[in-house]
Structures are given as C-alpha cells and as structure tokens.
Design a protein around this ligand. Structure first.
Ligand code: 0GY
Length: 304
C-alpha cells in the first residue's frame, strides 16, 4: 500500500553530522520511532498524520553513526495499536532494542506475552489531543494494572497545561511512569512559574515518576542552529532540562526522537542534538546516569 504524506511533512535529515560529544560506551537512545515502511507495515486508519517512511535499517544506521549502543523504540501514533513495525524492529535488533507499545483493552494475555518476548517493556498513554482520540481512563487503568503484572511501565505524553486535570489519574497508576519530553513545558514561561513547578512537584512527590529530558527541537521557541547560531541552538530549553537532570539524576532518560514526527519549521541534525546533551547533563557522572545507568536499569535490568 502506498501513502501520501501529510501536506508540509518534513522528512528526517539523511546526513547527520558526527557529534562532537562522545557518548559514554553503552549509551541508549531511549526515545525513537519507526514509521512503516508503509508498504510493509501500513499506517493506521485512525492516524492523525501520514509520515514519510523511516524503517528499522535507517534507525540502526543512525544508532551506529551517532555512537549509541541501543534503542528504545516507542510506538508512534500513526501506527495506532498495530505494533508490528515496532516489534519487527525490536526483533531485528538482536537484543539491542526494547519497545514501548500501544495496546487496547481487548489485547489478550497471549499477545502481551508475545510483545514481551519481542522486547516490549512498556505501554504509552497519549493525551496530546492533536495526536490521538480520547480513551476512557478506566480502560487505561485496566491496561496499566494488567501490564504491571509483567513488570512493564507506562509512558505518558501530555501538554503542560493538562497536568492539573490528569494529576489524579497519573498518581493512581501502580506502575513506574515515564513522562515524555518533561511534560512539554512552555519554555517561554518562567522556569519557576506555576506550570513547571507543578511538574517538578509531580516528580518530587512521586518516586515512581521518571522523565525523558528529550526534544529541545520540539520545545524550543528560540530555535535551531540556522536561526540562532550553532552554539546557541535550542538554548532556551537548557535550564528546564538541566533542572530535571540535576534534581532527579536517577530518573531521567534521553532520546533523539528520530524521525521527529510533526515538526513544522525545521528538521534537526541528530548529530547536533547529541551535542546538546553536555549542556543539560554537565558532568561525566550525570551523563553516565542519563545515557547508560538509568535506561539499562529500566529496560535491561538483567544486564544492569
Ligand atoms: C514524539 C512526539 C510527537 C508524536 C508522537 O507518536 C507520535 O505520533 O509521539 C509529537 O507530534 O509531538 O514524541 O515523537
């Protein structure tokens, strides 16, 4: 099946530079996706966007080029609850990838066990309204309780303004919780303002909550290198990410977010994104935790 991309879609950047920052050995890219390819793994009928193809071999080539050892492949909403592309990539990675799936209440125990065997260790609940239709909380809680028995965690994706309304649901989840992209703070607002303070309180009061300090390219208002000069790229995101890394060094993860769905004004160079890491994790100890110790503990505990 062939698909027409959403008008204005930006394809991932095929010529990333070699990062200047040398990743610690064993580093994990803990947030990335695969898209299709659409003729092999069709996009879901209920999707909100149609991306370009971004297959597993291209992801593995990027991993090796940047110097990562492993990937965590997160089910993208354009594939709905059809996890075949993500599972196929995890299997093909020969133990070097774990997965985060999207499942419905109707998923069987046998299907969950099969996902586990392929390397899946979590499910993602998405509350970003432009990406998904609403799913009732009781359905999500039922899924969370079932996957808890497999030792899986829940990845949550939401906008900062929605945290107050989602707070009671999140804090009732029995699982380890991993927040995507720091709960998408509005970095034009003060770091000590009510929104980001609430996010820090969420992590402070709940020791089961982790955060990905990823996606400066998505959160930045000041913008990418071309707009801002290479040394200052996405610099408005630094204080936010650095605060989370320094306050919760044992509960942070980092990922490229390749192939960067739904970016509107530019496509990042993944090599430059890696060069962003030492600005938010400023010591070798913090870098080791962010890139190796923490993701290994969550996704490969048997090897950690
Ligand atoms: C991200 C962010 C986005 C998209 C998805 O699954 C997805 O479609 O996660 C977004 O559009 O903000 O983490 O990749």
């Amino acid at each position: 099946m062939t698909f027409d991309k959403t008008p204005g879609w930006l394809d991932w950047y095929a010529g990333p530079t070699k990062p200047r920052f040398k990743l610690p050995p064993g580093s994990v890219d803990a947030h990335c996706h695969v898209f299709g390819p659409g003729d092999e793994f069709p996009f879901a009928p209920e999707r909100k966007y149609t991306p370009c193809d971004a297959g597993k071999q291209q992801l593995f080539a990027l991993r090796d080029h940047l110097g990562f050892a492993r990937n965590v492949i997160v089910q993208a909403t354009c594939h709905g609850a059809d996890n075949r592309a993500m599972v196929d990539a995890c299997r093909a990675a020969n133990g070097k990838a774990r997965g985060v799936a999207t499942v419905k209440r109707s998923v069987s125990d046998a299907e969950l066990n099969e996902l586990h065997a392929a390397g899946v260790r979590g499910v993602r609940f998405n509350f970003v309204k432009r990406l998904v239709d609403f799913t009732p909380k009781d359905e999500l809680m039922e899924i969370a309780t079932r996957i808890h028995q497999l030792g899986w965690h829940v990845v949550i994706y939401f906008e900062a303004v929605d945290l107050p309304e989602l707070w009671d649901f999140f804090t009732a989840l029995p699982n380890t919780i991993v927040v995507d992209h720091m709960g998408r703070p509005d970095v034009a607002k003060p770091i000590d303002g009510p929104e980001f303070t609430l996010f820090l309180k969420f992590m402070q009061q709940h020791a089961n909550v982790w955060s990905k300090v990823s996606c400066p390219e998505r959160l930045s208002v000041s913008g990418p290198p071309a707009l801002n000069g290479e040394r200052n790229a996405y610099r408005d995101v630094v204080p936010f990410a650095r605060r989370v890394v320094e306050q919760f060094p044992d509960r942070v993860l980092w990922g490229t977010d390749w192939p960067h769905p739904n970016l509107k004004n530019h496509m990042p160079d993944d090599g430059l994104l890696v060069d962003f890491i030492p600005h938010i994790a400023v010591t070798p100890e913090l870098q080791q935790k962010l890139l190796v110790t923490n993701p290994m503990r969550l996704y490969w505990p048997e090897e950690a």
